[in-house]
Design a protein around this ligand. Structure first.
Ligand SMILES: Cc1ncc(COP(=O)(O)O)c(C=O)c1O
Length: 380
């Protein structure tokens, strides 16, 4: 059987059969209900996810990419508009902006927590306000690695310029800043349920949260052909639905998410302590931030050396992401960088390494990783 450990909530791993039965029961409920699109399972999950996200409304959609497209479109973003985002992200963030027909413009990040730099954002807004690239419409920061960006400063700039604020929370289910859940600071928060995310489906899925009832109903229209009633399109929409079978499975996993996030935080604290006296630069936590450690990302000028050393010892590590979006073949040379070169982004790409972190990481795996890093560090 394939290794399913990455989908198992840790408190249930010891009892895999019970967990499997819960998922099986959820899947059978959908089968027996006869509702394979929409219906009660989806309604229940949307209500549960809204409660978890501490938002007024949640709308299930087909993926995290679609969540961004639909949120931007519901804010009125389309061809002729400009959306400011970052290059240090999954390519999906920038792809989603372009799929609305708008132009993406990218700004640099802060070096410690890797999120959008409010100073760079301010410079970019000033450079774009004459409209030479299009109408400046929205800001799309990314809570990368599960650490909240400086959303308060970013929101202030959005307000000054009258721009919509959409938070890409694909890696940050449950993170907080100053006690408030990410995804609730602007017009929309967008989430991905890609299987490896902190809350992952058994396939693709996503959700959009908002506190604004009108924006929520705009998204509901756009995600299903603009239908209020069947077969009558009030706006030109698309098909992007969260399948009830995924909603039912996600509902089972959602119950364990807080415990999973707590486990990730505990592992991060143990890495912090165990690696404090090495030459690695460890992740920092901004004041007021409560991250959920989708990734635990260290930095070192000899990142490649560390990566290869770990690989020789059969320890997996990953780079999120090795090539910033503005340097990828599909975007290089044509994407707007209105606040100038992305110096911090480019430097980070050469230094970052994601260490193993997930709620099922065993003590033995953790100890082996730490021992290997310490051996490598001692050999420098
Ligand atoms: C930051 C970020 N934004 C957007 C996405 C897109 O999500 P999905 O793969 O569900 O379309 C992802 C995940 O891949 C992501 O990590």
């Amino acid at each position: 059987m394939a290794d399913t450990s990455f989908i198992l909530p840790s408190d249930l791993k010891a009892n895999y059969e019970a967990y499997r039965e819960e998922l099986r029961a959820a899947a059978l409920r959908v089968l027996d209900s006869g509702w394979y699109i929409g219906g009660k399972e989806l309604d229940v999950f949307e209500a549960d996810f809204a409660a978890f996200a501490e938002a007024g409304h949640a709308v299930g959609v087909a993926s995290g990419t679609d969540a961004i497209i639909l949120a931007l479109r519901a804010c009125g973003v389309g061809p002729g508009d400009v959306v400011l985002t970052v290059s240090h992200t999954a390519v999906a963030t920038v792809a989603a902006v372009e799929l609305t027909g708008a132009t993406a413009a990218l700004v640099d990040i802060v070096p410690d927590t890797f999120g959008m730099d409010p100073q760079a954002l301010r410079v970019a807004c000033a450079a774009l306000k004459d409209g030479h690239l299009g109408t400046l419409k929205a800001i799309l920061p990314v809570h990368i690695y599960g650490h909240p960006v400086d959303i308060v400063a970013i929101r202030q700039i959005a307000d000054e310029y009258g721009l919509a604020l959409v938070e890409d929370c694909a890696q940050a289910h449950g993170a907080r800043l100053n006690g408030q859940r990410v995804g609730t600071f602007g017009a929309f928060g967008t989430f991905s349920f890609y299987p490896t995310k902190n809350l992952g489906a058994l396939g693709d899925g996503g959700a959009i949260v908002t506190n604004d009832a009108e924006l929520a109903s705009n998204v509901r229209l756009l995600k299903e052909y603009g239908w209020k009633e069947r077969y009558v399109s009030h706006v030109a929409g698309m098909n992007s639905r969260l399948d009830p079978i995924q909603a039912a499975l996600l509902g089972v996993k959602l119950k364990h998410l807080e415990a999973e996030n707590a486990k990730r935080r505990e592992i991060a604290a143990r890495y912090d302590a165990a690696l404090a006296d090495t030459s690695l630069v460890l992740p920092t936590v901004a004041p007021g931030a409560e991250p959920v450690y989708h990734q635990y990302v260290v930095q070192h000028e000899n990142r490649e050396g560390l990566r290869l050393f770990l690989r020789e010892r059969n320890i997996g590590s990953l780079i999120h992401y090795p090539v910033p979006v503005h340097q990828q073949p599909a975007y290089a040379g044509r994407i707007a960088l209105p606040a100038g070169p992305l110096t911090i982004t480019e430097a980070a790409a050469g230094r970052i390494l994601s260490l193993p972190i997930h709620a099922q990481l065993t003590d033995e795996q953790f100890d082996r990783t730490v021992a290997a890093i310490r051996d490598w560090d001692a050999s420098l």
